[in-house]
Design a protein around this ligand. Sequence first.
Ligand code: FMN
Length: 134
Amino acid sequence: MKQLIYTSIESHHITFDEIEEIIKIAITENYKHNITGMLIYNGIYFLQVIEGDEVSVLQLFENLKKDLRHKDINILDLRTIEQRDFENWNMGAITDLKSITEVIFKVNGSYTFIPLHYNYEEALEILKKLTHLL
Ligand SMILES: Cc1cc2nc3c(=O)[nH]c(=O)nc-3n(C[C@H](O)[C@H](O)[C@H](O)COP(=O)(O)O)c2cc1C
C-alpha cells in the first residue's frame, strides 16, 4: 500500500461552495477506489495525504496534477505503508483556520501554515493531529 503527501496552492480564490464541492467529490470517488486520507485548506494552501493501493493512489495523483483549481503541486514523498493512518476517512477535511493554526503551533511552534516548508514527518503529524477534530 502507498501513502502520498503533497502540497499545493489555490490557482484562484476558492469559494466556500467550491471547497465543499471538492470535498464531496473526493469522498465519493475515494470510497469507490478505497482511498483514504485527509485534506487541509487554509484559504491559500492545500496539504493532502492520500493512501491506498499503488495504482489508485497514482491515478488520483495524475488527476490532481491536471486539476486547474490548484497549482505548484509539490510531493513531499510517496511511501510504502503497512497500515493506513487515516482508515476512517475517505477524505477528512479541515478548512477551519483557527483549528489549523492551533495544531500547527503545537507541532512546530509557529502560527504560520506554510506547508511547503514541512518535511514528510511534520506534515503527517499535523494531518494526524487534525483528525482529532473530525
Ligand atoms: C485540493 C484538491 C483535492 C482533491 N482531492 C481529491 C480526492 O481526494 N479524490 C478525488 O477523487 N478527487 C479529488 N480532487 C478532484 C480531482 O482533482 C479531480 O477533479 C477528480 O479526481 C475527478 O477527475 P476526473 O474529472 O478526471 O474524473 C481534488 C481536487 C483538489 C483541487
